[in-house]
Design a protein around this ligand. Sequence first.
Ligand SMILES: Cc1cc2nc3c(=O)[nH]c(=O)nc-3n(C[C@H](O)[C@H](O)[C@H](O)COP(=O)(O)OP(=O)(O)OC[C@H]3O[C@@H](n4cnc5c(N)ncnc54)[C@H](O)[C@@H]3O)c2cc1C
Length: 380
Amino acid sequence: MNVNLELKDPEWGKRAVDTIRNIAVEYKDEIDDCLKNGKLPLGSFRELGKQGLIGVVTPQELGGYGGSAPEYCLVTETIARHGLPSTQAQVQGQIWILIWGTPEQKTRYLPGMSAGTIVFSESISEPGAGSSLKNMQTTAKRDGDDWIINGKKIHINGGAACDVTVVFAMAEEGMTAFLVDTRLAGFRAEVTDPLGYRLALTADMYFDNVRVPNSAVLGAPGQAMATFLTTFNVSRLGNASELIGQARRALSDGIRYAKQRNVGDSKVTDFQGIQWTIADCYSALYGASAVRDHAANLVRQGKDHALESSIAKKLAIEAAEKSVNEVFSLVGSHGLYWDQPYGQILLDVKTLRVAGGSLEIMKNFIARQVLKDEQQRGLA
Ligand SMILES: Cc1cc2nc3c(=O)[nH]c(=O)nc-3n(C[C@H](O)[C@H](O)[C@H](O)COP(=O)(O)OP(=O)(O)OC[C@H]3O[C@@H](n4cnc5c(N)ncnc54)[C@H](O)[C@@H]3O)c2cc1C
């Protein structure tokens, strides 16, 4: 829901929304099949790339659109609104490489990542490291001019389909990020079966003495926490946008059904109890969108946006959970089948409550900022 996104070119925004809607219609059969079977719908994914909708933040000279967070939010939300495969990791990867990559890494990866011909993933979480990265076990050891990576990563979106993955590992210098080609010897992915994010081909990733050159380091050795934070503060807006898109999908489909469903002599939407539910969900969604848009505009303006991005994700989780919980009051038993979207939306929203920084982690961060300086936060 675009309340106040400051787009570089609003006409481009309108075209992007129309194109995404058309891709969803054209590739409906592919999406249905991949949802059922837990596969990455490469046809629609590549079509998004071909139409310039994956490389939103990459500069034009490297094959992208040259936008910023407002374009990223608009596109990410619309993709979720129409049930297409998430491009979130792909955009996050672009941001990572744009900020921290060498010129060689930028020319090597960004054009293909923008086009969707290079699939990117993020290998951060481990069996013993999720919300906190303190106990990360994956290691990177120097060997001459190379590094040897060993470890296991879990829950990785696109893990079994990616061409390149950013791996976070502990080196002598501290946590270090590497861009790892998944064709290298010693790498293996095992597809898992998550409840949500069914189109992402989520996998566990094994790195068994994977040898990478020094040119694979992203940023500098020991700097991966800084790398992580610069990207995740923006990607929280991508998470918020996906949640807003999912909630819009649930509400619009639900309202369309409820408006024509007879209950005795009334339509479902004639009942005041239902109207108030719609008002509550819409208001929550509007508020979340307004904060998301404000945070995205701050990114475009080069201003600090860490607090606003976390508030946006928190409000978006709450609005999406509320909307998808309440929509069952609008659709009744009709909505409780797999040929309707609501069950999958519910599971996708639960996934986004946890993945990429959980609701609790957002609250911790917001509380720390408030407690640090109540006056600056407008409370005094
Ligand atoms: C489908 C799916 C896709 C994913 N994709 C990726 C991916 O592409 N790459 C990747 O690296 N990871 C990915 N993840 C992993 C995800 O980011 C982690 O699951 C997330 O960071 C939380 O870690 P955890 O599950 O280990 O929970 P834990 O860290 O074990 O936490 C358990 C619970 O405790 C809560 N908690 C933790 N700390 C606190 C605290 N201080 N105060 C209050 N509560 C707290 C958490 O919010 C959580 O609810 C994915 C997960 C899923 C399910």
